[in-house]
Design a protein around this ligand. Structure first.
Ligand SMILES: CC(C)(COP(=O)(O)OP(=O)(O)OC[C@H]1O[C@@H](n2cnc3c(N)ncnc32)[C@H](O[C@H]2O[C@H](COP(=O)(O)OP(=O)(O)OP(=O)(O)O)[C@@H](O)[C@H]2O)[C@@H]1O)[C@@H](O)C(=O)NCCC(=O)NCCS
Ligand code: ADE
Length: 272
């Protein structure tokens, strides 16, 4: 697979996620959910602004031949910071894809690296981000992630990366692989599988407490127990959840990012 083809799957993953609906706590074509500053068109603009970045990320992975994969991450971070600025210009300063620039960028880079080495993406990412929580967190308290580390000891997306995104590797990707039927329903069920286990730092930030995580896990498990989106009961519960998330102003931004990565890996492995 060429760096260009890998980058194309990344762009596809961003677009597949945003068109999937109805997603609680997130923007989709039918509803902007608890995000009055966003809509689906903004996500299309944001996704297209990242096209060059994903090619750069894939090229970094394709060309890297060093021993210490943290150096590959440093190269990626430099282009990632520029991509973040470009995204904010494209969206007029709205945060559509900051988390995805980080997480999906890692997967694109690692996938390209794996084309030339005997390794898997999850292990490569663990090596790339080794020591990231200790390096980045514990001093500043500006972003939600930094604050939550000081307040709750939660490492957020950085801890997910350092662990090699186990929720994608061990839960979401195998789950998606075993789903059948309509792609929209399969992706909705996969999103809720992620919500049933994730500690989403966006949700914690919006709720202002950590207890919201247990509540979200419970709701997602109930949806899955009802049989998911391909059953009438599951569909009805999803519509109710959509409304509840909107009323409470709860966002699932981090869960969306893990769905994006899961879709990307599924496209790479030709599972979908
Ligand atoms: C490491 C960085 C991502 C930056 O870290 P920072 O400390 O700024 O970020 P965090 O607060 O930790 O948030 C990281 C984003 O990651 C997503 N996320 C959250 N939880 C998880 C999780 N458990 N697993 C994976 N990913 C997770 C999430 O991003 C998504 O949500 C955002 C949209 O949500 P929304 O609620 O609308 O947005 P807000 O801005 O909060 O607005 P309001 O609530 O006020 O309306 C969107 O970004 C989604 O993608 C978290 O937001 C990385 O940026 C970094 O390293 N920065 C330093 C500079 C750099 O090196 N950049 C280039 C990296 S290659
Ligand atoms: N569909 C979506 N809505 C809100 N935030 C997101 N971050 C990534 N995808 C998103």
């Amino acid at each position: 697979m060429t760096p260009f083809e890998i980058a194309q799957n990344a762009e596809k993953a961003l677009l597949y996620e945003v068109v999937t609906n109805p997603k609680p706590g997130l923007v989709d074509p039918a509803d902007r959910g608890p995000h009055p500053d966003m809509n689906v068109y903004l996500f299309v603009d944001s996704s297209l602004s990242l096209r060059k970045y994903f090619v750069q990320a894939a090229n970094i992975g394709n060309n890297f031949n060093g021993k210490d994969l943290r150096q590959m991450f440093n190269l990626l971070r430099q282009v990632g910071i520029k991509a973040e600025k470009k995204m904010f210009t494209a969206t007029h300063e709205v945060n559509t894809h900051k988390g995805a620039i980080f997480s999906l960028g890692l997967f694109v880079c690692a996938s390209a690296y794996c084309q030339n080495h005997t390794a898997d993406e999850f292990t490569v990412i663990q090596k790339m981000t080794q020591g990231l929580v200790e390096h980045d967190l514990g001093q500043k308290s500006e972003t939600a992630g930094e604050k939550q580390f000081l307040q709750y000891g939660k490492g957020g997306v950085r801890a997910e990366a350092e662990a090699g995104y186990p929720l994608v590797r061990d839960v979401a990707l195998p789950f998606l692989m075993h789903t059948t039927g309509d792609l929209n329903a399969r992706l909705l069920d996969t999103l809720m599988k992620i919500v049933s286990e994730i500690e989403d730092s966006n949700l914690i930030k919006r709720a202002g407490n950590i207890e919201v995580i247990a509540w979200a896990h419970q709701q997602a498990k109930k949806y899955l127990t009802l049989g998911g989106y391909q059953t009438e009961a599951g569909k009805q519960f999803m519509l109710e959840l959509n409304q509840t998330f909107k009323e409470r102003n709860y966002s699932l931004g981090g869960s969306a990012d893990l769905l994006i990565i899961t879709i990307f890996m599924a496209l790479q492995k030709e599972i979908i």
